[in-house]
Ligand binder design. Structure first.
Ligand code: BYC
Length: 313
């Protein structure tokens, strides 16, 4: 008993002292479980997020735009890889993590259940979806679990390039023909509210926030991060002459922040519970890609076995 108390005390002291928790350190079962949940869902988001962008690869307007998009999508795959590997350090296998996605137990970011209808959606995803992701991920660089924090440092570097290329792409459309500007505005109209939903429910309704903040898994709350995103994005829209689709958006002099309208939480719940526009399609495509890759996994396992005599699985 005394020993168990010592372990808890040592863990709490590390969290308090801003020291990272590492894979071989003792940690409470709830801390491990919560991290597996959040990190695996984060990894799934990166990988499922490749689909709406992949949809435009063969229709990019120029060779340059196509190579940038291709590189961005490959970066997302890399982010998924770092995050799956970091999650595996918590004692869960890749197979179990992927199975939870396929069974519908593990979520991924709601935003990727919306369709990418026009080329302007691609720039807009880079600008505001990656923009929202960075706001969240910059805070996560200080998360208490070492492998997660270190993955975030690298991911943030790449993500900030993604945001900039997206903003530049939308800016070009916004200063183009009337039709191109209308296309950029339409994309912003459709992606704005789903981007705000990326930060999750209000703090008061967030199931995991209080405990995650105590354990320093989360360093800023859902509402705090959402406010930062709105404050940084509104001036960017103004510069390129696009309008944020929110009649309640207004600078609040006293708070020194923008006030903004209420999210449609019914829509949010529908989407995270599997009933968004593209949920079924996204999951079906992931399952198909996973099945198509079975021979690669088998070949790697056979190679490792041949070299080391171990199963390689
Ligand atoms: N979508 O208690 P709460 C990218 C769920 S990808 C879906 O507040 P938490 C990119 C939540 O999981 C970057 N589900 O949860 C890639 C929980 O359900 P469970 C994605 C959501 O974890 C390609 C329940 O609602 N970034 O950048 O404390 C192309 C209650 O919520 C959502 C990350 O994943 C949502 N929006 O806080 C372009 C960041 N919101 O698990 C770009 C890492 C909530 O109990 N994750 N839920 O079944 C986080 O920071 C936190 O998990 C969240 C939610 C802030 C998202």
């Amino acid at each position: 008993m005394a020993e168990a108390n010592d372990l808890v005390q040592a863990f709490d002291n590390k969290i308090h002292a801003e020291e990272k928790i590492e894979p071989k350190d003792w940690m409470p079962a709830g801390y491990r479980k919560n991290l597996i949940r959040q990190m695996s869902q984060h990894a799934h988001s990166e990988v499922i997020g490749m689909q709406p962008e992949g949809n435009w690869l063969t229709r990019a307007p120029t060779l340059e735009r196509k190579s940038v998009l291709l590189a961005k999508i490959q970066d997302e795959a890399g982010h998924g890889l770092y995050l799956y590997s970091a999650t595996e350090t918590l004692g869960i296998t890749r197979e179990e993590i992927v199975q939870a996605l396929h069974d519908g137990h593990a979520k991924y970011a709601s935003i990727f259940n919306y369709p990418s209808l026009t080329w302007a959606d691609i720039g807009t995803i880079g600008w505001i979806v990656d923009g929202a992701a960075i706001v969240n991920q910059v805070a996560l660089q200080r998360t208490s679990y070492g492998p997660y924090a270190r993955a975030m440092v690298r991911i943030c570097k790449e993500e900030s390039f993604h945001q900039r290329q997206g903003y530049e792409s939308v800016a070009v459309l916004a200063r183009g023909s009337a039709q191109q500007k209308a296309m950029a505005q339409d994309a912003l109209n459709r992606w704005w509210w789903p981007a705000l939903m990326m930060f999750g429910p209000h703090d008061a309704d967030s199931a995991h926030s209080a405990q995650s903040m105590l354990w320093k898994i989360k360093r800023k709350s859902n509402d705090e991060l959402r406010q930062s995103f709105v404050d940084q994005t509104v001036p960017q829209a103004e510069i390129i002459g696009l309008e944020i689709p929110d009649p309640d958006l207004k600078w609040n002099e006293q708070r020194q922040h923008y006030d903004f309208g209420e999210i449609d939480w019914d829509e949010f719940k529908q989407v995270i519970n599997g009933n968004g526009l593209c949920n079924r399609e996204r999951l079906a495509q992931h399952k198909q890609a996973h099945a198509n890759g079975a021979w690669v996994r088998a070949a790697v396992a056979a190679y490792v076995k041949g070299k080391t005599g171990e199963s390689g699985e």
